[in-house]
Design a protein around this ligand. Structure first.
Ligand code: SAM
Length: 286
């Protein structure tokens, strides 16, 4: 089987199987070997690694992963792609294809069965319509993870690595930075994909922290505070939290907590750092 990382071989396989792109699944296949090499290199894949690939498509990146890793598990939702993957990956005995929705897969079980419960690496050219739930699901479920190296929309990659004071700063930035150290490793123009998407993309590597950079007594409370603050970005933090469903803190309580932390009670939630959100959660938890 020819390697797929170039437009001619991709078109050939798509024609052979009369494949129709499904927009609803965010199908934009990579057709640039330099980008593929860069992803494998930044993900630092070695023969010790068990890799989970989300959305293998026709198997382009899967071939690269299979060459470099010990074991690859590829989860693809579109059943029309399964016979294609069986063909393009026929030469590899270290790849398992699972035809399922990644949001419904028990990743913990995969790590257990394929890697003895040791940390796995996630590598993917993600379907953009579910980037955030996939990444948050991986972190929040506490699956043993070493790193996540993914292609995402450029704007989303930027959001993951910024701090307070920029318009891109939000709940996703804080969540990602609590669990991992983000680093954009490549910018990828739209013409590296077939079909061409409407946005530019970037590859971001998220290196999972063994211990989060801040200490928080109640993680769930901290994330509830973060979500409530960014749901009402234009309001002061005090008003934002006061109006938030599911949070029991009145204005007085929040003002007192902010004063105890030497934070101006007029501050907006979007100006708080991760350290300050953690300190506020600890203060309110008592
Ligand atoms: N990895 C391929 C490549 O780089 O050429 C394809 C990437 S394409 C951007 C995203 C892939 O994710 C598609 O193959 C799509 O069918 C698949 N996909 C979409 N939603 C999914 C889901 N919920 N679970 C698993 N795969 C999904």
């Amino acid at each position: 089987m020819a390697t797929l990382g170039n437009p001619n071989n991709t078109v050939e396989i798509l024609q052979k199987y009369h494949f129709n792109f499904q927009k609803k699944y965010g199908q934009n296949f990579l057709i640039d070997t330099h980008v593929l090499d860069r992803i494998i290199e930044s993900a630092d894949i070695t023969k010790d690694d068990c890799v989970l690939e989300i959305g293998p498509g026709i198997g382009t990146m899967t071939q690269y992963l299979a060459e470099n890793a010990r074991e690859v598990v590829a989860v693809e939702i579109d059943k029309a792609l399964i016979p294609i993957l069986e063909d393009t990956l026929a030469d590899y005995d270290n790849v398992t294809i699972i035809n399922q929705d990644i949001l419904k897969v028990d990743i913990m079980q995969i790590a257990q069965e394929k890697n003895g419960g040791n940390p796995i690496k996630v590598v993917a050219n993600l379907p953009y319509y579910i980037t955030t739930p996939i990444i948050m699901g991986l972190f929040e479920s506490h699956v043993p993870l070493q790193s996540i190296t993914v292609m995402v929309q450029k704007e989303v990659a930027d959001r993951m690595q910024v701090g307070p004071g920029t318009k891109d700063y939000g709940a996703l930035s804080l969540a990602v930075q609590y669990y991992a150290k983000p680093e954009i490793v490549a910018n990828v123009p739209a013409n590296c994909f077939m079909p061409r998407p409407n946005v530019d993309s970037a590859v971001i590597r998220l290196n999972r922290y063994e211990v989060p950079p801040v200490t928080v007594k109640n993680e769930q409370l901290m994330f509830a505070l973060i979500r409530a603050s960014f749901n009402q970005r234009r309001k002061t933090l005090v008003n934002g939290l006061n109006n938030a469903a599911g949070l029991p803190y009145g204005k007085e309580t929040v003002i007192k907590a902010l004063q105890a932390l030497d934070i101006n009670p007029q501050i907006r939630g979007e100006a708080l750092t991760l350290e300050q959100f953690a300190a506020l959660a600890n203060e309110l938890e008592g």
